[in-house]
Design a protein around this ligand. Sequence first.
Ligand code: DMJ
Length: 673
Amino acid sequence: MYPPARKDFVSLTVPEQDRGSYNNSKQWRRQSCWRKWKQLSRLQRSLILFLLVLLLVCAIATYPTLLEHWGGPFGEASKKEWQKDDDSPLKNVLPGAPPGAGQQDGPLPDKQNAPILPEPPPVQKKAVNRRGPPSLQNYSRKKKENVSDSQVDEKQDPVVRNRDQVEGEKPVISWRGAMIEAEQATEPQPSAKEKERADGKEHVELARPVNAGNQGPGGTTGRLEAVREAFRHAWKGYKEFAWGHDELKPISKSYGEWFGLGLTLIDALDTMWILGLKEEFEEAKTWIATELSFDKNVDVNLFESTIRIMGGLLSTYHLTGDGMFLEKAKDLGSRLMPAFNTASKIPFSDVNIGKGTAHAPRWTSDSTVAEVTSIQLEFRELSRLTQDQHYQKVVNEVMKLVHKLDGKQDGLVPMFINTNSGQFTHLGVFTLGARADSYYEYLLKQWIQGGKKETELLEDYVQAVEGVKKNLLRKSSPRSLTFVGELSHGHFSPKMDHLVCFLPGTLALGAHNGLPKEHMELAKQLMETCYQMYAQMETGLSPEIVHFNMPPHEGQDVDVKPADRHNLLRPETVESLFYLYRFTQDKKYQNWGWEIFKNFNKYTRVPSGGFTSINNVRDPQYPNPRDKMESFFLGETLKYFYLLFSDDPNLISLDKYVFNTEAHPLPIWPSAA
Ligand code: DMJ
């Protein structure tokens, strides 16, 4: 017995009369297809239709990914457009630059000509947020955007390194680790006491007068004005397309959300104040006072929210004397405290500031060493201002624990620390780049902040510098550039992150504060190296990571792997140039900075407003925009450019202020002076 024939498969039967009589006329083909279609069973037809629909859906879903893969946001068409622009005889101009802000060796052509980044074609904009407060209706769109953003290489991008995704119980939207609740709470008003305290504070005047005798296009006035103009251009994009959101996506004229807290706006506050952009500052301040709320069911990264938001609010409070900023900083600080409720006292990386809960990333109970040791300047300052010792106590405890830990090598620390055991993990790997960088920076800066009394911090810092010299320092070929490599279980790698370029500035700051002269010598050597990481690239912009050539070699010292060719508008080299110029007064540092500034304008500036990180610093024809302006471009990079080009040593004096790792100046404690 055979079961009845099953019909749940597709079979196509070619009728006998059709064989051998090939006729390719259109009409015959139409009739033949239709006849065959009619001969199919209903199930067969349904299956074929279903498959066709499925194919169509797949094609639509993969279209943006393919476009990206084939050449950035706009694919081949826009690449050609780009090349066309770049062929223009005016290709070297800074579009939109103000009079007097031209290149060193000649005046600027008309700003309306030759945009460096092409205007995007009239896209398929999924949704555009116009100026105004965050619009809740856009949150569902953000979720969709998450798909394409995941193309970012999180392993190599510390900016996104700890963005976990966890679903909450309330109706919340997940955005790269941020949980955004669809409601805004009202702001608590600053208390009278704090207003009084604020009124008594020293504050810095808006924009200092610039040196009147130095006003050529490449002179001090021209350069300072060019930075102010670049800031205004960045702000224009943020204001128009991303107002109140975390980050501008200048190419798609949209925004990205991370914490949903207006990150760029807060990070940029003190830059506006220092650059004297009063109007812009006032509108941002109004947003903070009326729109910003931390009473949100949202997961934030402890480190990032501390350095960017708390740091930005505290420094703005100091510069302006306005107690509203302190009030906000205090509110955030108290909401971050649950992060420290761990068995070891080493804080979790993530905190839900609405619920008061904290957790490690989903995949590990480790925290990053740089993150847990680079929140101290801010929490300590918060304690000083509020007279509440809790903040200072928890972060000092972390430093004490790390000070005593096994697993260091000549003062160098591993990159991870476990929140349960309080021990370092992933032992034997040492870098001054991502995940360890600002540990070293904050050892020195806490010592300076507290009046050079905390000798353990100083000892750890000096020992670490010796550890760098002994284990990580090498020379490249052919130019003998001094660089800082990495060590993995005794194996040296000549790899250096752009992030390491904070080190020349930190070493110079140490030397200025009485540490050995050799630190300054090393700072100068490393500064040259960091500059060469820009100068040796075809765009004059540094990649994220370089590998130095060590064996005797012709050609360039710097090699870049294809995956490392991006530039995220990072500040570290400009930051170090600022310190080196302040302490040596050697104009070459200003000139190097000016070259870099012009290249940012040339390759990353988006005509409709904003600047974008790029994918390929080696291709001046098509650097391939990534469609993201990191908040630190306004918080740090442009601020350090301005301070570098200023000849006024009292504009944020380095004897009165210490910059946090996000370039927010905090006072050196008065009792310490
Ligand atoms: C900033 O958020 C800070 O400078 C941090 O210390 C390192 N990464 C970025 C800038 O590159």
